[in-house]
Design a protein around this ligand. Structure first.
Ligand SMILES: NC(=O)c1ccc[n+]([C@@H]2O[C@H](COP(=O)([O-])OP(=O)(O)OC[C@H]3O[C@@H](n4cnc5c(N)ncnc54)[C@H](OP(=O)(O)O)[C@@H]3O)[C@@H](O)[C@H]2O)c1
Length: 305
């Protein structure tokens, strides 16, 4: 491993993966340029020792400055659930990121993608990540690590309000299909390790799958036990009802449609690991361990209602 101090730029440093990556890199002694949109939200990272920069991906000058002279860059396409045209936004921001990477001449990029990004279409929000992989793959000479995590455990934070209000865990995913799910912290660990080591060349792909596959019915059982509702049911909503629920919660109709298309791809088992489960693509954090964080957030919801 290369242990000399080097500069790493981390996109989305106030988000699920970027924040954890930034902390891990700082702990490893790297100089970190942490990017986000809000100086206020970045303040804690500045306090922890990162050089923070607030700006928008749409601003080519901002990205060029943020990527300049970096030894490695972590890139992602942010999730904007309110975008009127989600795919167009992914394409616009993806193009801007790929252009800035190319112009920076950086040697190593770790790009957050997704399980299922091998598929070109019919995977909802994941299809935009396939397109982004393609853009980055076209950059000559770039050493590119494509991280393809499964669904994050963190997604269940979004479901807690419905648990409180309706006493059910609900989604459009079939209840009993076991699928990989992973903690964002395990994704961050893999990303930070690669950004520090820069020990691959050419294009590499790494799937990240959590310790074992899990069905949504099992998630409800584990979560229910942790929040004192051992009979918490998982309810599969028909696609139309799930769409209404998402739009009713303020998400764009386009995003809701892409979400439903993604859950259909899960239900049809089209989004799956390419090499099955291996020691390399399995990650340590269990949902049982993570459920403590969900329970803490659930208690806070109850106290603040
Ligand atoms: N959730 C899953 O299950 C899952 C699984 C596999 C892959 N993924 C992929 O993971 C990616 C999201 O990663 P994440 O969850 O780590 O991020 P995230 O929590 O969605 O956070 C997004 C980050 O990007 C920043 N950001 C948003 N729009 C921006 C803009 N226009 N310009 C500059 N910065 C902007 C946000 O800043 P603010 O703090 O200002 O908002 C935040 O720091 C998506 O591509 C998603 O498809 C997700």
């Amino acid at each position: 491993m290369n242990t000399t101090t080097h500069t790493v730029t981390v996109m989305g440093a106030t988000g699920h993966t970027g924040m954890k990556i930034t902390h891990r890199l700082l702990q490893s002694g790297a100089k970190v340029r942490a990017l986000g949109r809000s100086q206020d939200k970045l303040a804690a990272l500045q306090g922890a020792g990162a050089e923070v920069r607030a700006g928008n991906v749409a601003d080519a000058g901002f990205l060029a400055e943020a990527f300049r002279d970096a030894d490695a860059i972590y890139t992602l396409l942010a999730t904007d659930r309110h975008a009127p045209d989600y795919t167009a936004r992914q394409a616009r921001e993806g193009e801007a990121i790929a252009n800035a990477v190319r112009e920076s001449g950086v040697s190593h990029v770790v790009a957050l993608s997704s399980l299922g990004a091998n598929l070109r279409e019919a995977t909802g929000v994941i299809a935009g990540l396939h397109a982004q992989e393609e853009r980055l793959r076209r950059i000559a000479g770039l050493n590119l690590l494509l991280l393809r995590p499964a669904s994050f455990f963190e997604n269940f934070f979004e479901a807690l309000d419905a648990v409180r209000q309706m006493g059910v865990l609900a989604d459009s995913v079939a209840p009993d299909i076991a699928m990989p799910m992973v903690a964002a912290d395990d994704v961050a660990a893999a990303a930070a390790k690669a950004l520090m080591a820069r020990d691959w060349s050419g294009i590499a792909v790494q799937e990240l799958l959590g310790p074992h596959d899990l069905s949504h019915a099992e998630v409800a059982r584990i979560l229910g036990r942790r929040i004192g509702q051992p009979d918490l049911p998982y309810v599969r909503l028909p696609d139309a009802e799930m769409t209404d629920a998402l739009v009713g919660a303020g998400l764009s109709a386009d995003f809701a449609g892409r979400y439903i298309e993604m859950t259909r791809a899960f239900n049809d088992n089209r989004v799956h690991p390419l090499d099955g489960r291996t020691a390399r693509n399995s990650t340590p954090t269990t949902f049982e361990a993570f459920a403590g964080e969900l329970a803490g957030a659930y208690i806070a919801l109850l106290e603040n209602r």
